[in-house]
Design a protein around this ligand. Sequence first.
Ligand code: AN7
Length: 366
Amino acid sequence: MRKHPFRLWRYRVLIPVPRDAEIISLNEGGTPLIRLKRIEKLVGVKSIYAKFEGANPTGSFKDRGMTVAVTMAKYLGFRNVICASTGNTASSMAAYAARGGLHAIIVLPEGKVARGKIAQSILHGATIIYVKGGFDSALKTVLAAYEAGLAYPLNSINPWRIEGQKTVAYEIVDEIGVPDWIIVPVGNAGNITAIWKGLKELRKFDLIDRLPRLAGVQASGASPLVEAFRENKEELKPVENPETIASAIRIGNPVNWRRALRAVRESNGVLLSVSDEEILAAQRKLARLEGIGVEPASAVTLAGFLRLVEEKIIERDDKVVFILTGHALKDPDIASSHNIRSFSANNRIDALKIIASLEGTSTFTN
Ligand code: AN7
């Protein structure tokens, strides 16, 4: 297969789509793996990398799963695709459906989706249905629509999504070998499930000789998986009204909870939660110490990492990778809410006086 040799589809041999399928792609994947030198120095851990999934075509990791799922939707002859979403799945599906000539129907929790994500869904011409309640209620609508034969669902219950998302693990291993830790934000837990699947496949094919430990991070107002993990339970108690500033992971009843729990336990990993304050502080650190702009849901990785270092679960010599799932511009309201020095000048002289009075750097990191 030479038609899509680059980026995600260079792993086509490990993605089980039929040979004659027309690949619907925006050249997703192949995202930058960025060494976080200033954070390494700050924290005293030897090697820390960020896999910047915000560099995907629609600004989130969802494009990896979507290229495969929309390819299959088209191959199977569906005309309508549907998803419930906290925003990123929706914007990604809208773009890939447009590219494949399919109709995107998006079910969103009203008033709970970040502005950039809604803008993208509108721009790509999706049909949007706003519903009351949170993401979990939107997903029930999608499942009912599927059962009624109205549309093909592209949430992460769809196995093709996982097949695409697992490729992030291949890319990391290709570039730096097997890290000691991979830190992943957790909402519906599709991504952490996919990453583990990718890693286990590499192990099965003897392409790697060990596996990393996974750390899954939830927001403390939406952390049912963390509870199940701590109490060593085999059941999930959904959070009724999940609340966090990280709207992408404001999910109370994660679809893939069972597989995610198994993945974390198998990897000898951990699940932990962090507060909104920690999330915002981490978002600022990534932006102002490293120049990497992520949305709050992605910043949970750094926040969780700092906790794990403090608790000495992650050690100084460890090689750690953060999965930075979405771009800062996805949520412009949160991005613009951070502290900064700003002035209003009445005229140019006034502006120059202000500039002359500035000292040092305007970088706030806390
Ligand atoms: C930036 O778009 O669930 O644990 O509907 O947008 O695989 O759900 C988004 C989730 C992390 C969590 N980071 O991933 C949706 C949606 C960002 C996200 C997650 C999401 P999963």
